[in-house]
Design a binder for this molecule. Structure first.
Ligand SMILES: Cc1cc2nc3c(=O)[nH]c(=O)nc-3n(C[C@H](O)[C@H](O)[C@H](O)COP(=O)(O)OP(=O)(O)OC[C@H]3O[C@@H](n4cnc5c(N)ncnc54)[C@H](O)[C@@H]3O)c2cc1C
Length: 385
């Protein structure tokens, strides 16, 4: 029995929508390394990608917990919300720090699906996890910023009209704190492509539409600055905490999919004249994965509740992401083991989901960095960097 689930009506409706996109659909996309355009279109049409956008701008005005319910159910159905989750987690930055003019201009178009905000550009090849060392710069020139630099692992850029981009407007050495001097720009990809922005796809373990970006004198209007110049790190933190909570919810959905799939197969598959699930060697690891998942789900809910109440949620968001990503990985590993050789057969979807869920121990923040955050910020131990 799983814990009481929030937003049961939304979950049921999302599950019904996802049933139109079964394993075959995701398998083919995975094989072709193509983007689930029809799925994202269906989710947009049904309003699920705009649950966080306030009603006055054409969305449903619901809290982050509702977005967690949507993404969790997508993963639970066997699909992959990674294709469109950025539209939800970038909202933290835009809603909390965007100007009224920016919100009036962009949000109704995002809510209707006319514009896609699916790209969040932070990571760079030389800075890695140390965001304060990003080298992409934006220099003011009249009414524009001129952007130069490079980003890596920026997902869905080829399927997005807008991108939230973190740049340096003051060099790190000249900033009081290392995290000062960064700024957030809203980049219109349609204008930028070929005019200073080049996109290069990266082949990856799973189908994730991730890319490298090269900026060569890209001009971005100053009116597209989100929040104050130099205060960009604080602006993206709101997006990052939301991202961690939403991705943790996706991991819970994955974990439940794996565990249910394992239990079902364990009941059906007969070896030595009885179902393999009758053996405790098979039962117990599946039960353990279930317990781990439900415990992690409580932390995800706690983090979402704090975020929705406008309270500090950094520690809980990080803990939820760590616990949920480890629960989904444990469930995935056990699912392969339960299926024996069939776990490796593409038609069972287990190997695809196994590859997909592995990402979340590395991105959007790796497990070591979460442990370091908790060790130093929550437990007061000395910083190692
Ligand atoms: C498929 C995919 C999609 C992505 N999408 C996006 C996106 O849309 N936008 C975006 O901005 N980024 C994106 N990322 C980037 C992702 O957030 C980073 O890969 C992640 O934050 C880790 O950074 P890195 O790869 O540079 O690893 P590094 O920083 O090089 O770290 C490598 C390893 O060393 C460990 N490590 C580093 N420093 C320490 C330390 N001091 N102590 C202990 N361990 C340490 C890390 O935990 C990690 O395990 C994506 C990545 C992938 C793979």
């Amino acid at each position: 029995m799983a814990i009481d689930k929030t937003y049961p009506e939304i979950r049921d409706a999302v599950a019904r929508l996802c049933a139109r996109f079964p394993g075959e659909y995701w398998r083919k996309l995975d094989h072709d390394r193509s983007y689930p355009t029809e799925f994202v279109h269906a989710l947009t049409e049904a309003g699920y990608l705009s649950v966080l956008i306030p009603e006055e701008y054409g969305g449903s005005g619901l809290p982050l917990s509702s977005a967690c319910a949507v993404l969790e159910e997508i993963q639970h159905s066997g699909g992959n919300g990674g294709a469109c989750h950025a539209q939800m987690y970038t909202m933290g930055t835009l809603l909390r720090h965007g100007s009224d003019e920016q919100k009036k201009h962009y949000l109704p178009q995002i809510a209707s699906g006319a514009l896609r905000l699916q790209a969040f550009g932070v990571t760079e090849p030389t800075s890695g996890t140390d965001t304060s060392r990003i080298r992409t710069t934006a220099v003011r020139d009249g009414d524009d910023y001129v952007v130069n630099g490079q980003k890596v692992w920026i997902s869905r850029t080829e399927h997005s009209d807008l991108m939230i981009l973190l740049v340096r407007t003051t060099p790190r050495e000249e900033s009081v704190k290392h995290t000062d001097g960064m700024s957030v720009l809203l980049v219109d990809m349609r204008e930028a492509l070929g005019n200073g922005l080049t996109i290069k796809p990266i082949d990856t373990l799973m189908n994730h539409a991730t890319t490298e970006l090269f900026f060569d004198d890209l001009r971005v209007p100053v009116k597209n600055l989100i929040g104050a110049e130099g205060a960009g790190f604080k602006c993206i933190l709101d997006g990052m905490n939301a991202e961690r909570i939403l991705i943790a919810a996706e991991c819970i959905g994955d974990a439940r999919w794996f565990t249910e799939k394992s239990a079902q197969y364990a009941c059906e598959r007969e070896v030595f004249g009885r179902p393999i699930g009758q053996n405790q060697g098979i039962q117990f690891p599946i039960a353990r994965a279930h317990i781990q998942t439900e415990a992690a789900a409580l932390m995800v809910q706690q983090a979402a509740d704090l975020y929705d109440a406008g309270k500090p949620a950094g520690a809980e968001a990080n803990m939820a992401k760590l616990l949920a990503s480890e629960a989904s990985w444990a469930a995935a590993d056990q699912c392969i083991q339960t299926h024996g050789g069939y776990g490796f057969a593409v038609e069972y979807d287990v190997e695809r989901k196994f590859r997909e869920t592995r990402l979340y121990q590395v991105a959007p923040v790796s497990t070591n960095l979460i442990l370091s955050f908790i060790a130093t910020r929550e437990l007061g131990m000395p910083r190692s960097f």
